[in-house]
Design a protein around this ligand. Structure first.
Ligand code: SF4
Ligand code: FES
Length: 375
């Protein structure tokens, strides 16, 4: 299979100034039957006619494998909306890539799951929005979604594909964390990822309904600690706490241009899913350049590598190799400057203002959810 996959003429090996990427997130499509208000996809969604073709995606996978990528995340939107999902999975698998399907489950059938298993799919991450049909379907904006997810988990188990549940937590569902973990046990998942919402894309529009309260965050942190002890050796619980209530920012993406890259449905290559919110950056496309030259030489990737770009506050800080100055997109959104210290950092001059804003946003409100794609 790999011999037949096209590679562009400009795939030239350049001496790496940084290690190769370990992971690639392929956003196969922005199409999605769900309408989650926390979706991190951009407000201007890519149309189906602009998406990379099957041949273009398999060519990108081949370049990724050549570049040194080990993990390929097939994501979206909803990747099952692509008719060629099985074909793409098979192409990636034949290139030796570890394939992980990140899905809402809607669009999968038992027959398709078996075909994915035959194609070599290594792992499934299934999103859950809540622990009952009422809460899950309300948050996901899709009636019947919860029932389909339960069926998909069963088909994955029958096909012996390891399962992780993905739960994005926010004010609307944070009280359900214990039950989400119980659900993961019932569905025979090996892992659950509980990640507090990040305010990019549609989530940014819904801050007022999604911002968790301090009490919710503290309770969630305790619930995760207790569950980790209770299910040690049975279930791995990954937890991304709310950095708005922490002292320091997270090392977003493991550092800009250090560990992984994203390819959008139309082939733009990004250092992170929200990078297009930084207006000073322009992004190259796999239709025009090789993945290798974009990773090693692309201006957007090099913009925040190393320490030269950092403000003095970060450059002189002992945590700069721990969090790399925090999230560039969050700095853009909150400070209006992508090269500022992430304002969630306790040392940032903007932190007090942010704390006040978070208190206001997390107060009870009657604002309606702004569903993805319906605004
Ligand atoms: Fe991280 Fe910069 Fe804050 Fe130090 S000052 S903790 S490097 S964000
Ligand atoms: Fe872009 Fe954090 S989301 S660097």
């Amino acid at each position: 299979m790999s011999d037949t996959i096209a590679r562009p003429a400009d795939t030239v090996r350049t001496l790496p100034r940084v290690p190769p990427p370990m992971a690639m997130l392929a956003e196969l499509t922005h199409r999605c039957p769900l309408a989650c208000p926390y979706c991190s996809n951009p407000i201007a969604l890519t149309q189906a006619k602009e998406e990379l073709s099957t041949e273009e995606w398999t060519g990108v996978f081949a370049q990724a494998a050549d570049l040194g990528v080990l993990h390929l995340h097939l994501s979206g939107g909803e990747p099952a909306a692509r008719r060629d999902l099985v074909e793409l999975t098979q192409a990636a698998s034949s290139l030796g890539l570890y394939t992980n399907l990140i899905t809402s489950g809607v669009g999968l059938t038992e027959a398709r799951m078996n075909s994915l298993a035959d194609a070599g799919l290594d792992h499934i991450q299934l999103s859950i929005q809540g622990v009952s049909p009422e809460s899950a379907d309300r948050i996901g904006g899709y009636k019947g979604g919860y029932e389909r997810k339960m069926a998909v988990a069963g088909w994955a188990a029958d096909a012996a594909i390891p399962l992780t549940l993905n739960a994005v937590c926010h004010r609307q569902n944070m009280g359900e964390i214990d039950e989400m973990i119980e659900l993961a046990i019932r569905l025979k998942a090996r892992r659950i990822e509980v990640a507090t919402v990040q305010f990019h894309g549609w989530a940014e529009r819904n801050k007022q309904v999604l911002m968790p309260t301090r009490e919710q965050v503290e309770r969630a942190t305790r619930a995760v600690a207790e569950a980790r002890e209770k299910y040690q050796g049975i279930l791995v619980i990954d937890y991304v706490p709310a950095d708005y209530y922490s002292k320091y920012p997270k090392a977003c993406m493991g550092g800009w241009g250090r560990v992984g890259l994203n390819v959008t449905p139309s082939g733009r290559v990004l250092p992170c899913h929200a990078a297009e919110t930084i207006p000073s950056l322009s992004f190259e496309n796999v239709r025009e350049k090789s993945l290798s030259s974009i990773w090693y030489e692309g201006d957007a990737f090099n913009a925040y590598r190393g320490e030269d770009w950092m403000p003095e506050l970060c450059r002189s800080c002992e945590r700069k190799k721990v969090d790399f100055g925090g999230c560039r997109c969050q700095a853009m959104a909150l400070a209006g400057d992508a090269s500022a210290t992430d304002p969630v950092c306790i040392r940032s001059p903007l932190r007090d203002r942010l704390t006040l804003e978070v208190e206001q946003l997390s107060a009870p409100s009657v604002v309606a959810m702004n569903y993805r794609g319906r605004a």
